[in-house]
Design a protein around this ligand. Structure first.
Ligand SMILES: [Zn+2]
Length: 344
């Protein structure tokens, strides 16, 4: 923990069980170097949850000895789907399933509660923004990136000149639900993977824990019926798979190879769509054994078809510190908004 040398912004990452908070000063230094979490109370409804966010805000100011008068703005991120302005989907979502959440303006409610400007991003976009700034440092505002973050789903975002591309309805950068060519990804006799969103053959149907459990592992276990994971419940087997991948188990490498190639197909679409400076990869795979994560990144890179001119300027990288990325990305967005004003 440090104490501020200038005015600051606060970043609040709202999750299903906890809020994580951070403080960023005007020089771009984070005052918090580890996770600071308190319960988010989202299951108790909007009123309790907004109070819990305000508690997280006051708690992080106290821990960093930051006077309230130094705070210029607050960055907030939550899981989506939500509008670009932080209005939770009218259909609710996994985290916001109570009817009182449907269509709730969480950004506006927190702004009223704190009496400070609140800048909103969804959690995947906030993480992508942090990954971008961490990767490019001082050059961040002059660079573009696309980030794919493999978790329960496939999150990420698109960053252009240091700013998240959020779209007209706030739904840009939903990379998990981009449908990809499956040639070169699936085996000839493999069923087309289905996603919870209703699409078939999108990135998340392959490159996510859910994709492993629902689609890839059932198929590959039919090819390796004597594999030790065949006797485990499928959800548990899916979580254990990375450990097998680190030991170069053939079934696990087949599954993760398909994930990496799916991400490579996504990045090929990105190359022809926004032609970014960097292709960033995050999630559980980043915490894996160095040999395994390098193999995964190399497979992504080999599957991404770039033109010679693009190869000369593009980079591929793994992004770390993702447990703090939501709060930090939310804070970066708030700092940027204060320094440069609203996006045109
Ligand atoms: Zn989908």
């Amino acid at each position: 923990m440090r104490t501020p040398a200038s005015w600051v912004v606060v970043g609040l990452d709202n999750g299903g069980t906890c809020n994580n908070a951070t403080v960023l000063d005007a020089t771009g230094q984070f005052l918090v170097d580890h996770l600071v979490e308190i319960p988010s109370l989202v299951q108790e409804g909007p009123e309790a949850a907004v109070t819990a966010l305000a508690d997280a805000f006051r708690n992080i100011l106290e821990l960093t000895s930051t006077p309230l008068t130094l705070v210029r703005a607050v960055g907030l991120d939550t899981p989506g789907p939500a509008s670009a302005n932080g209005v939770i989907s009218s259909k609710g979502s996994t985290n916001f399933n109570q009817v009182s959440w449907h269509g709730f303006d969480i950004r506006g409610a927190l702004e009223t509660e704190l009496g400070l400007p609140v800048i909103y991003n969804n959690d995947a976009n906030a993480a992508a923004l942090y990954a971008h700034h961490r990767h490019f440092g001082d050059n961040a505002m002059r660079r573009s990136s696309v980030a794919a973050i493999v978790g329960t789903g496939l999150g990420g975002g698109v960053v252009e000149n240091g700013r998240v591309v959020s779209g007209a309805a706030g739904m840009a950068g939903e990379l998990g639900h981009v449908q990809i060519p499956l040639h070169g990804v699936l085996e000839a006799d493999q069923p087309i993977p289905a996603c919870n969103c209703g699409f078939e053959g999108d990135v998340e149907s392959i490159a996510s824990l859910t994709g492993i459990k629902n689609n890839l592992l059932p198929y590959w276990l039919s090819r390796f019926p004597d594999h030790p994971l065949a006797s485990e419940p499928i959800g548990k087997a899916a979580k254990l798979l990375r450990g097998y991948g680190e030991k170069e188990d053939p079934l696990a490498l087949a599954v993760f190879g398909q994930q990496a190639r799916a991400i490579g197909k996504l990045f090929t679409i990105a190359a022809n769509f926004t032609d970014p400076h960097a292709y960033l990869l995050g999630g559980g795979v980043v915490e894996a054994h160095p040999h395994f994560r390098q193999w995964f990144l190399n497979t992504v890179r080999e599957t991404t078809e770039l033109r010679r001119e693009q190869l000369a300027v593009a980079s591929f990288a793994l992004v770390a510190d993702l447990d703090m990325a939501g709060a930090r990305g939310a804070a970066v967005a708030a700092l940027e908004r204060i320094q440069t004003g609203p996006a045109r």
